[in-house]
Design a protein around this ligand. Sequence first.
Ligand code: V47
Length: 642
Amino acid sequence: MISSKAFTFRDNSLSPIWDKVRNGVRLTKEDGLALYASDDLIGLGRMANEVARSKSGDSVYFVLNRKLEPTNVCVLSCKFCDFAVKAGSKEAYEMTLDEMLSKLRPDLHEVHITAGLHPSWPWEFYIDMVREIKTQFPNVDVKAFTAVEIDYFSKKFKKSHEQVLRELYAAGLRTMPGGGAEVFSERVRKELFKQKIGAKTWFDVHKTAHKMGINSNVTMLYGHIETIEERIEHMLRVRECQDETNGFLSFIPLAFQPGNTGIKTRNDFTSAIDDLKTIAVSRLMLDNVPHIKAYWVMLTAEVATIALNFGADDMDGTVGEERIAHDAGAISPMELAKGKLISIIHEAGKLPVERDVWYNPIEIYPAKGTTVVSKMPYLNSVPFYHEFAPALKNIEVAPLMPSVLGRFARLGTVSAGPLSLRDFMSVSDRFDRLEYGIAVKGNAHSVLLFSKYGWSDLKGKRIGITSESSTSIELLRILLEKRHGVHEYEFVKLHPAQIQNNLSDYDAVLLIGDEALRNGELGGIPGFDQMYDLAGEWCSWKELPFVFAVWAIAKDVPAEAKTQITHSLENSLVSSAGHYAEIGREHGKRLGMDDAAVDAYLQTFRYRFGIDEHAAMAEFEMEWESLKRNNRTVPVGHSIAA
Ligand code: V47
């Protein structure tokens, strides 16, 4: 559910569109055109901001990254591009691998590589580029090569798109940038970049990548000769592809920089009004794309700051050095320091979250005096957040997976949330427990072990485990060792991209939350004949519920904030009772669940704790302590290898 807020608009034509949005009804092309046609900029911003908040809370993401443009030599001559030159030109440059490596630092989390289509570089050079960066900077994820480059490699080196991507994947590539999309319009393509790939090839490449577990972004170059209708059609094509693959991480509207391109635009640069409208309309039209990026390089930092209240929830990153936009006259600086990004996000009244390429939070930087509350992004937690809106301005909400919440609770940067039981045990001296949480008596459907073997045959086997929750991992250990007498096994952490694709190497895999639910609803994972519901196993063994999460608030949170958080939780639980299908509808749809399935699923959980849950927590602690005495537990926050 996006929001129950009914807004009053200056432009009445926005009201029916907002009704659609908050009821989870998809916007049409006509709605998109009406949004652009409206002069009610503030109304647009409020709607888009509300949608962004429903997805990312108050978080605005950034990444410590570096742009690498290894060469500007390009076989194409696109009219809108001031960056590319021909081989032999006096502006031409070509970096060596050492030069590229010298531009990176170990604290970076992303290197974004795009280059001209070089006429003579060999295939091995591209593979070496990715492999060497990954070898020398293991923390740096390589986001490399647009669909245009992948298609060029495919033709030049006579390999299919899939083969090109497989070889790059083997070298370490895991994500792709969204460049080269321009505007998905044949009219514009013929006029501005007729030698470049069109929409069909662009989507073919991205779909192939998504199916292999390579996530990507998608851009839209606007503010040149395209019409508003073409912009909306572009968004609709992105939405359609995302319905099919769910592989896009973010949508990035790129404001055209006219430079010396000779392309006639109405003004030198797009207007701030157009930029903000485009961000807001993207957020509203692209209901299935998780993030909208305010790319400060092309928007300027000033406009990007405002865009954070118009639906954008990502600032890209530090960038370092950028040539494509700057060669075309961009007036932004080449680099933004991390401190500057953080202060821009604070200025926008949002919560800065440093991320990796998959939007996993690495660190959060709340403004002084802010209380950060975690939002569990799983369907089973929806009842807590349905009406969760503390009136205090300095309470901010961040969606965090259980294990990330645990880490931030230990660091002291997050002060409240439904802590995984195991994590709560490790901070119980600094946090007070509330009488709310997530417990179940019977099957939970969202903590599942998919196995090729029965329990007792798991001896000596390799078990892939989610890194999302420490409690589920400990529960699996307890069941293996204490219930089934299996003491030798190997736990291997699963990478998120692997979960969608590549599980065949494991004898069993532990999934939790939405990922477990999705695979369970599909009837299991092919090749894994057994599906064990760990909560169900615990309950039939102990005749007690299983407690996954416990709401807790740090002892140092001011009393007023504590009261507001508790009241807000209570309000949410009271108002969601009896309306589970409605409040979980949108989330359920993403998991392929209808109203009845969502209702039945949410009915399984106990959100208020009583004697049974207290006994269950004590029992889990006792079992865990006894495993600990045998020295077989995983220290919280450490990687796992049994
Ligand atoms: O595809 C070229 C655009 C793109 C100009 O995926 C221009 O995270 C404005 O794709 N004015 C490359 N834009 C940049 C890009 C990108 C940027 C940031 C983040 C990500 C991501 C991707 O730049 C090209 C083209 O559409 N471009 N010339 C110009 N004169």
